[in-house]
Design a protein around this ligand. Structure first.
Ligand code: ADP
Ligand code: MG
Length: 460
């Protein structure tokens, strides 16, 4: 017999006497006697109890008494004084912990979570407000708000970031929560492997005993009936025991090919939260938030001004991962450049050069100077004669300056050439126009929006 069992036997008889003396033999019979010693680790004695209710009752009403009794027994019988606490778990919880093989540790394998993907680092704008709020609500009260939470949105728009943020938050609120984050591909592979290795029972227990299950990119779930059936039963078990399920997809549930009807309907039980395309301000805010991170990763200390960021932000509104990639490229390029000629500030020239080929997609339209002139005239409702003409009133001069700025940013034209195209203006006028706009774009949100709208029209 191991010592834990011996100690517990002694403690039980002491406790029985104590409860009887306090006219609570029933309490002893119903609660204390049902505790089964499991194992001891670092002075914490683990017991198995029948269910959550018993666990709560014992913890709330009798835990102190039990700890005191155990401490006395240890001291009197064995001369050791190392009882720190007791910990109660149901058989299911104990199985899960053994399965994942970390006894007193949180049940999640932390390495699967990116600690940088938190709510603090998730920038909120109109495109992801709902998904963010839903994610926070779920993280605060898993299983009890939106279940399942189905997050959908295009590639590179923050679904995975948000899922990790939820999981990280649940974990920091409750370090003992059992959380599993998997991609649907990993889930599929693990399931198939479990059949081959005849470990499907363990697989089943692992997934059905968690507090929070996050499945990323469900659109890649195997079309095979076995995996979908397993997921269906996992879903039901978790749902019925009020455990949180979070799913992400780049499509609406109804648009996922070959998804079984019964899974589809369950995915629609909870909340569908979409992440849309980020507007210009959100893209700017995200880029700004990434600057210090990338700078420190590359060991760079240069400054990057908002006009460069807004140049990057204008380039793409469909994929934040690509924008981040562009920013990394600019910083990396500037870093290399600075080794030859030290610079403090990353200039527009560097950004333009670094990103020369970055956003070219096969279907990309070539942006010509004429297209820029035409589009700007259309946007401001002025004529091409006016923009290339002599008049200097604000209604014309302002669009003309934007024209100079965009021609500089979006084409390879030199200042003199731009001057020539805009009615034979001197290159110093073009430099001034370009400067005025890029400086104002630093802080003028309205101007940033104008530039972003025109860029979008140009790419249409
Ligand atoms: P998805 O899973 O939708 O394809 P990710 O979650 O992987 O997209 O996001 C791609 C990149 O964009 C990540 O580096 C992520 O941190 C970043 N990102 C996306 N949305 C935001 C946001 N709202 N705030 C900060 N970073 C974001
Ligand atoms: Mg993802």
């Amino acid at each position: 017999m191991n010592t834990f069992t011996n100690i517990w036997e002694k403690a039980l008889s002491d406790l029985e006497r104590f409860f009887a003396a306090n006219n609570n033999s029933l309490g002893f019979e119903c609660y204390i006697k049902s505790m089964k010693p499991d194992f001891e680790q670092d002075g914490v004695y683990y017991f198995i109890v029948v269910d959550d209710y018993i666990k709560e009752q014992i913890t709330a009403r009798f835990a102190d008494r039990i700890v005191d009794t155990l401490r006395n027994v240890c001291l009197e019988e064995y001369g050791v004084e190392k009882i720190v606490d007791i910990m109660l778990q149901t058989q299911a919880e104990s199985d899960l912990k053994n399965l994942i093989n970390i006894s007193s540790q949180p049940t999640i394998r932390r390495t699967t979570l990116n600690s940088g993907y938190t709510f603090d680092t998730f920038i909120v704008g109109n495109s992801n407000k709902l998904a963010n709020a839903a994610g926070r609500a779920v993280a605060k009260n898993p299983g009890n708000t939106y279940n399942p939470l189905f997050i959908y949105g295009g590639v590179g728009l923050g679904k995975t970031h948000l899922m990790h943020a939820i999981a990280n938050q649940v974990m920091s609120n409750n370090p003992n929560a059992a959380i599993i984050y998997v991609t649907s591909e990993a889930f599929t592979n693990e399931f198939i492997e479990s059949i081959q290795k005849k470990t499907n029972e363990a697989f089943r227990r692992k997934y059905r005993l968690v507090d929070v299950l996050l499945i990323d990119d469900i659109q890649f779930i195997s079309k095979g009936p076995g995996t979908q059936e397993e997921l269906f039963h996992t879903f039901n078990t978790l749902y019925e025991s009020k455990k949180q399920i979070i799913i992400s997809s780049d499509k609406l549930p109804s648009e996922i090919p070959k998804l079984e009807q019964r899974l589809l309907s369950r995915f629609q039980w909870g909340l569908l939260a979409d992440i849309g395309l980020p507007d210009f301000e959100t893209r700017m805010a995200i880029l700004q938030s990434k600057v210090p991170v990338i700078m420190s990763q590359t060991g760079c200390t240069m400054q990057i001004k908002n006009d460069v960021l807004s140049y990057i932000a204008q380039k793409d509104d469909t994929n934040i991962r690509d924008l981040e990639g562009a920013l990394k490229k600019v910083i990396a390029y500037a870093h290399l450049y600075s080794m030859e000629r030290p610079i403090d500030v990353i200039s527009m020239e560097i950004a333009i050069f670094a990103l020369k080929d970055f956003f070219i997609k096969s279907e990309d339209k070539i942006i010509t100077p004429n297209l820029i002139i035409k589009t700007i005239c259309e946007y401001f409702n002025i004529t091409e004669e006016e923009i290339t003409g002599k008049r200097k009133n604000r209604e014309i001069a302002f669009p003309r300056q934007i024209c100079m700025y965009l021609m500089r940013a979006m084409t390879e034209l030199t200042y003199p050439k731009i001057g020539e195209l805009l009615g034979g203006r001197d290159h110093s006028t073009v430099i001034h126009g370009d400067d005025v706009i890029s400086q104002r774009a630093e802080h003028d949100i309205e101007l940033q929006n104008i530039i972003s709208d025109i860029s979008a029209m140009l790419r249409e």
